[in-house]
Design a protein around this ligand. Structure first.
Ligand code: NAD
Length: 500
C-alpha cells in the first residue's frame, strides 16, 4: 500500500479531510510512491487559526532565543543530511550530490538567519527636535505564507520560512505537489530544534488551497517561486487583496562567449550549467551566445563529445551519474515536443538525446542531453523555457549583437559572460538588464547573505525575500517620536550665524 501524505498543522502530522489526492512518483522508476492530500480552504483556515494563535508569544520571544532555534536547526540538518538527500532524490530524481547541494543552499539561509538579532535592529536619533527623540522598530507582520516549486524542495522552502520565522512571524508553507516529503521533514526538524507548535505549518494542495491562501484575510504576506504565468496570477490576486507579495518566475538564462574566452573552461561550464539537474534549475544556462563563427565552431566541437559522454541514470545507481530523469512524464513529453519543434523550425540538432532509455529503469522519465546549433530568436526552443537537458547555441557577429539577445528577452533571472577582456566584462555587468550576473562563472547564484532576484518577467514585487532584504519583507517598520524632559528650554535652539 502506498503511503498517504497529509499536512503538518499545530505541530502534528494530520490527514487531510478533503478526500482529494494526487499521485507522487519516483521519476526514475515511474512508480507511484505516495498519495498526497490536496487540502481544502477550510483546512487552510484551521492552519491559519493555529498560526495566528501561536504567533504573538513567538514574536514576544527575544530575537536571540529565536535565533537559537535556527542554530539548532542547522545542526539537525547536518545530522540528517543523508536521509534528507535520499528522500529528496527519490521524489525529485536529482543526484544525491545535487540533493545535498539543494539542502546546503537552504542551510546557508538558516545560518544567515542566526544573525537576526542584529538584522532586526531599528534606528535611533537623539534630539531630532528640542527634547525630542525619534526611533524606528521592526515588527513581524503576523501570519505569512510561502508557495514553492518542485525543483528545489529543500532550498526554496528554507529561503522563505527561515527569515520569516526568525523575524517573529508564523508561517504557512504550501510546497509543490510533486516533491512534498522533504518540506514536511524540514518542518519536523524545526520543531525538534525548539520551534513552538503552530509557528510553521505545512498545508499541501493545488490551486484550491493556493486560492484560499491568496484570499485569507489573516495572511499578511506571500512569497512565491514558480513559473511566470502562476507568478503573475499570484502577484495580481494577492496584491488585489492588499497583501505584501513577491513572486519569482521562469527564466531563460544566457551565457555570452567572447572570442578571447578560454574555450575549455567555457565548455566545462556549459556542461555543468546547461545539463546539471537535467536542466531543471531556474539558473540553468539554456542559451550560449557565441561571438564569431570561428569561436562558435571551435566551441561546438568541444561540446559535442562532452554532451555525448554525460551519464544519465537514477540517483541510486552511483556517484558517476551526471543527471537523472525529469520530474514527470508530462515534463518529459513537453521537453521532447520542444526538441522536435526545434528540428522542424530549422535548428541543427548536433547531439540528439531524444531516444535515450535507461536499461535498468525502463519506465523512468529520462531524456538524454540535447545540443542545438544555429538557434534563432523566432524559434520555440528559444522563446519558451525548456526546463530540460537542452542547450541552444546562437551565433552573433559581435559583442553588441550578442548582448542585445538577453537584453531583449522577456526574462531576466541569470546571465553570464566568458571573456578575458576587463573592459568587456565591466561594460556587460553595467549594461545588462538581468538580476544575477556572472563573469567567467557558469551559474551566478548569490550567497545567502546577498539580496538577489530576477528582473523583468522573472520577478514581481519590490521588496525582496532573500538576504538582508528578507528582514524588511517579513517585518513592518514603526517610527516613534517621543519627548523627554531636559535642562534645555524649548525655543532655545542654537542659531546658526549667517555668513556675511
Ligand atoms: P509551477 O508554477 O507549476 O508551481 C509552483 C507552485 O504553484 C506550486 O506550489 C504549485 O502547486 C502552484 N501552482 C501551480 N499551478 C497553479 C495554479 N494554476 N494556481 C495556483 N497555484 C498553482 O512551477 P514548477 O513547475 O513547480 O517549478 C518550475 C518553475 O519554477 C520554472 O518555471 C522555474 O524557472 C521556476 N523557478 C524559478 C525560480 C526563481 O528563483 N526565479 C526558482 C525555482 C524555480
Amino acid at each position: 500500500m502506498v503511503e498517504k501524505i497529509g499536512n503538518l498543522i499545530a505541530g502534528k502530522r494530520v490527514e487531510s479531510l478533503s478526500g482529494r489526492y494526487c499521485d507522487v512518483f519516483n521519476p526514475a522508476s515511474g512508480e507511484i510512491i505516495a498519495k498526497l492530500s490536496l487540502s481544502s480552504a477550510p483546512e487552510l483556515a484551521i492552519a491559519v487559526e493555529n498560526a495566528k494563535y501561536a504567533q504573538p508569544a513567538w514574536a514576544a520571544t527575544n530575537p536571540q532565543r529565536r535565533a537559537r532555534v535556527m542554530m539548532n536547526f542547522v545542526q539537525l540538518l547536518n545530522r540528517d543530511m543523508d536521509q534528507l538527500a535520499q528522500a529528496l532524490s527519490k521524489e525529485h530524481g536529482k543526484t544525491i550530490a545535487d540533493a545535498k547541494g539543494d539542502i546546503i543552499r537552504g542551510l546557508e539561509v538558516a545560518e544567515f538567519c542566526i544573525g537576526a538579532p542584529h538584522l532586526l535592529k531599528g534606528e535611533f536619533t537623539e534630539g531630532a527636535g528640542t527634547n525630542i527623540d525619534i526611533h524606528s522598530l521592526r515588527q513581524p507582520l503576523g501570519v505569512v505564507a510561502g508557495i514553492t516549486p518542485f525543483n528545489f524542495p529543500a532550498m526554496i522552502p528554507m529561503w522563505k520560512f527561515c527569515p520569516a520565522i526568525v523575524a517573529g512571524n508564523a508561517f504557512i508553507l504550501k510546497p509543490s505537489e510533486r516533491a512534498p516529503t522533504v518540506p514536511l521533514m524540514l518542518a519536523e526538524l524545526m520543531l525538534e530544534a525548539g520551534l513552538p507548535t503552530g509557528i510553521l505549518n505545512v498545508v499541501n494542495g493545488d490551486k484550491e488551497v493556493v486560492d484560499a491562501i491568496l484570499d485569507h484575510e489573516d495572511i499578511m504576506a506571500i512569497g512565491f517561486v514558480g513559473s511566470t504565468p502562476i507568478a503573475e496570477y499570484i502577484y495580481t490576486r494577492g496584491c488585489a487583496n492588499a497583501k505584501r507579495v513577491q513572486c519569482f518566475g521562469s527564466a531563460k538564462n544566457h551565457m555570452i562567449i567572447m572570442p578571447d574566452a578560454d574555450l575549455d573552461q567555457t565548455a566545462d561550464a556549459l556542461i555543468g550549467a546547461g545539463y546539471g539537474a537535467a536542466g531543471e534549475r531556474c539558473m540553468a544556462i539554456s542559451v550560449a551566445v557565441v561571438v564569431g563563427e570561428e569561436t562558435a565552431n571551435a566551441l561546438v566541437e568541444k561540446l559535442i563529445p562532452r554532451v555525448k559522454a554525460l551519464k544519465i541514470g537514477s540517483y541510486d545507481e552511483g556517484e558517476h551519474i551526471d543527471f537523472g530523469p525529469l520530474i514527470t512524464k508530462q515534463a518529459r513529453e513537453k521537453v521532447l515536443g520542444l526538441v522536435n519543434s526545434g528540428v522542424e523550425q530549422g535548428a541543427k540538432l548536433v547531439v540528439d538525446g531524444r531516444d535515450f532509455s535507461s536499461q535498468s529503469h525502463k519506465d523512468g522519465y529520462f531524456i538524454g542531453g540535447c545540443l542545438f546549433d544555429y538557434v534563432s530568436v523566432d524559434m520555440d526552443i528559444y522563446s519558451e523555457e525548456i526546463f530540460g537537458p537542452v542547450l541552444c547555441i546562437m551565433r552573433a557577429k559581435d559583442y553588441e549583437e550578442a548582448i542585445s539577445i538577453p537584453m531583449e528577452n522577456q526574462y531576466g533571472n541569470g546571465v553570464s559572460i566568458y571573456t578575458r577582456d576587463g573592459d568587456t566584462a565591466r561594460d556587460f555587468v553595467s549594461r545588462i538588464n538581468v538580476g544575477m550576473v556572472g563573469v567567467n562563472v557558469p551559474i551566478p547564484v548569490p550567497l545567502a547573505y546577498y539580496t538577489f532576484g530576477g528582473w523583468k518577467k522573472s520577478g514581481f514585487g519590490d521588496l525582496n525575500q532573500h538576504g538582508p532584504d528578507a528582514f524588511k519583507f517579513y517585518t513592518r517598520t514603526k517610527t516613534v517620536t517621543s519627548r523627554w524632559p531636559s535642562g534645555i528650554k524649548e525655543g532655545a535652539e542654537f542659531t546658526i550665524p549667517t555668513m556675511s
